[in-house]
Structure formats: structure tokens, C-alpha cells
Write a protein that binds this ligand. Structure first.
Ligand code: UDP
Ligand code: MG
Length: 140
């Protein structure tokens, strides 16, 4: 597998509990390099565009409210097989199903407030990175 980039968010439940450093340590221990990072506070409309793929799901409104409820840390992670590596570090969407040692097993509060987002494919990673960062902000 080649070097790849993926998009990551440390969600409001995690920034509220001051967990940015602990979560970043897990990424770095897994060989992922943080090549861009910024702390921002999304509006609900901006969260809605980011999660538009879920617009028809019953949890969409609540998800957008949550993502706009406090600061997030938006990141680009780079490394070998970064999309799959990051998803392995994150753990399953529902923390009840997340493997021990994963971010969600250790830190997530519920299936909604689950501490991190990670892209699920190269195409979505490219779109998500471009939504948050310009090329000049990606520093490998
Ligand atoms: N989500 C939720 N309820 C659900 C499923 C998902 O609130 O039943 C939220 C949760 O925050 C999740 C996000 O919607 O991280 C996006 O869902 P997805 O299925 O893409 O999970 P992920 O890729 O984040 O593991
Ligand atoms: Mg997803």
C-alpha cells in the first residue's frame, strides 16, 4: 500500500473533555503523521454540508447539532494505508462494538458522540480534505 492521506475530525465531545492530545498520540503511535490541523467551530449549516451523505438518515439533524455544539479539530493524516489505518485506530462507530484500545472504545460517549470522524474511501477523503484545507495548508 502506498502513502495515503485521510481526513479526520476530533469531535466536540472530545475537545470538550480536553482529549485532543491523547487522541493525536494514538494516531502518531499508529504511524500516522498530522500534516494539517486546525481547531474551528462549525455552524450547523457547515456541518450539514460536511455530512450531506447522511441527509436522509434519522440521526442527521441531531448529528449536525452535535457537530456545531463546540469546537472541532480538523486534520489531515498521512501514512501507509492511512484511510484503513485511521479507521482501525478509531474503532467501530458504536463504542459498544469498538475493539479495546481504539479511540472510540476509550473515549466515545455514545454512537453519536463518538469522538472522531475518519474518511471511508479515497474519493471521500479528497472531498473532505478540500472542504477544510487549501493545498498550501498541507505540510507533509
Ligand atoms: N451516527 C449516529 N447514529 C447512528 C449512526 C451514526 O449518530 O446510528 C453518527 C456518528 O457520529 C457517526 C456519524 O453519524 O460517526 C457518521 O456515521 P457513519 O455511519 O459514517 O459512521 P463513521 O464513518 O463515523 O464510523
Ligand atoms: Mg462515515
Amino acid at each position: 500500500m502506498a502513502i495515503q492521506r485521510t481526513f479526520s475530525i476530533i469531535k466536540p465531545d472530545a475537545t470538550a473533555r480536553n482529549l485532543t492530545g491523547k487522541i493525536n498520540a494514538k494516531f502518531e503511535e499508529a504511524g500516522l503523521r498530522i500534516v494539517a490541523q486546525k481547531r474551528i467551530h462549525l455552524t450547523k449549516a457547515q456541518a450539514g454540508v460536511f455530512y450531506a451523505v447522511h441527509a436522509e438518515r434519522p440521526f442527521y439533524d441531531e448529528l449536525c447539532e452535535f457537530m456545531a455544539s463546540g469546537p472541532i479539530v480538523a486534520q489531515v493524516l498521512e501514512g501507509e494505508d492511512a484511510i484503513a489505518t485511521n479507521r482501525a485506530v478509531m474503532g467501530a462507530t458504536n463504542p459498544a462494538d469498538a475493539a479495546p484500545g481504539t479511540v472510540r472504545a476509550e473515549f466515545a460517549q455514545s454512537v453519536g458522540e463518538n469522538s472522531v470522524h475518519g474518511s471511508d474511501a479515497p474519493e471521500t477523503a479528497a472531498v473532505e480534505i478540500a472542504y477544510f484545507f487549501s493545498g498550501l495548508e498541507l505540510v507533509g
